[in-house]
Write a protein of this length. Structure first.
Length: 403
């Protein structure tokens, strides 16, 4: 049995949020850090565009949807505090991240400063750069309570060969919220370019690229933003655009081939895009951003409050260790269960109508080793979840791990 804490205030909009979310009817979805349930308006935007493609043709449907496409850029700009011209649409956050990294002309001995709590795809990119180009990756120290120490970033980034500071704002295998703003202040002071992986942050945290002092921010549609899978975006600062930054493999959407041996870059962040992308997904992304802006801070706050309510309930179960650290924590709750494989537990919960996710050591080698964990079970509530759903999930997990 778990001890019930004081109930959270229930927003007046909760019933509407749940009515807008068809998936709430049949499942308890606590895997929003993987892929959140789409609101009905997002599903409608997707299917309506696909129907137009089937009816009149893909290129023709693209032309017809031009006003909605333009609006999607404007909405994304509002979401992160920038202009539409600073937004590039890409396939996912990893593509966005790598497009930004590829804009740098690295040489042997150049350095990338990053953290110990990072997304594995980003670390693989750094390791590939080390093998191919001799780029050195250095990792800043953590604070005693967890999360990157901005003072350590300052010491490392002061090295004259530092070309980039890159940070995962919210790691995939933890509820930690890193001090992205503090690191940004350091980068602004030193004049070092700054790239944020905001994949797990956008939709559950307030994002303002100006206060973050970042040059690039990568995001995705499918997670807390509640958009479709297979689409993401990249914010590019005016500073990077004015310097003429562009990705290594610039595409004909990002530049015009003007002469046999010359090209001209597109204005704005569009130079980081590829010519072909799924306009149905873009329609869904625009609808998701519009919905998120309407929900506003009330939704973000509720998601975090639900996670805060969930942690002590899970910690009260025998053999359960809550792994989230840091001065600030978000709507991701990770646990290790003694002598149990998280992937198996995930499947057992799914059979009971409860969606969670699992991760193993490969999802965060340094962080997982520090926590002496081999597998973790991840619960990620969103604002449309209820306290009763959390209690049900905890109760079913207690049954599954009972000796």
């Amino acid at each position: 049995m778990t001890t019930r804490t004081a109930p959270l205030p229930v927003p007046a909009e909760l019933d509407r949020w749940r009515r807008d979310t068809p998936g709430c009817r049949d499942r308890i979805h606590l895997n929003n850090a993987g892929a959140a349930l789409m609101p009905q308006v997002v599903l409608q935007a997707l299917t309506q565009h696909l129907e137009r493609e089937a009816a009149i043709g893909g290129y023709e449907a693209e032309d017809e949807a031009e006003p909605q496409v333009r609006e999607a850029y404007e909405l994304l700009g509002r979401l992160v505090g920038t202009a539409a011209r600073n937004i590039a649409i890409v396939e996912n956050a990893t593509v966005a991240f790598n497009q930004a990294v590829s804009a740098f002309d690295f040489h042997p001995g150049d350095r990338i400063v990053t953290t110990r709590a990072d997304y594995p795809s980003n670390q693989l990119t750094y390791l590939s750069l080390a093998q191919r180009l001799g780029v050195e990756t250095v990792r800043a120290d953590d604070l005693p309570e967890g999360g990157v120490d901005p003072a350590s970033v300052r010491r490392l980034a002061s090295h004259p060969r530092t070309r980039l500071v890159a940070l995962s704002w919210v790691p995939t295998n933890s509820g930690l919220v890193q001090d992205a703003q503090g690191v940004g202040a350091v980068c602004a002071e030193l004049g070092v370019p700054y790239l944020i992986d905001g994949c797990q942050a956008v939709g559950q945290l307030a994002v303002d690229v100006t206060s973050l002092h970042c040059d690039f921010l990568a995001g995705t549609g499918r997670k807390f933003l509640r958009g479709p899978r297979g689409i993401g975006f990249l914010y590019v600062s005016d500073r990077m655009l004015e310097q003429g930054s562009f990705p290594l493999f610039v595409d004909m959407r990002g530049a015009d081939w003007t002469d046999p041996d010359a090209f001209r870059l597109a204005d704005g962040a569009r130079r980081f895009e590829n010519w072909e992308f799924a306009y149905a997904l873009l329609a869904g992304l625009g609808a998701a951003v519009r919905y998120a802006l309407a929900v506003g801070a009330a939704g973000r706050n509720r998601a975090r409050q639900l996670a805060g309510d969930l942690r002590p309930k899970l910690a009260g179960l025998p053999g359960v260790r809550v792994l989230d650290r840091g001065r600030e924590q978000c709507a991701i709750v990770t646990i290790a269960v003694a002598n149990r494989d998280a992937a198996e537990l995930k499947l057992r919960l799914r059979q009971r109508g409860i969606n969670t996710s699992s991760a193993d050591r490969k999802s965060g080698v340094l962080d997982m080793d520090d926590k002496r964990a081999t597998t973790v079970l991840r619960f990620s509530p969103h604002y449309y979840n209820t306290e009763d759903e959390l209690d049900t999930a905890v109760g079913v997990l207690a049954e599954q791990i009972r000796p």
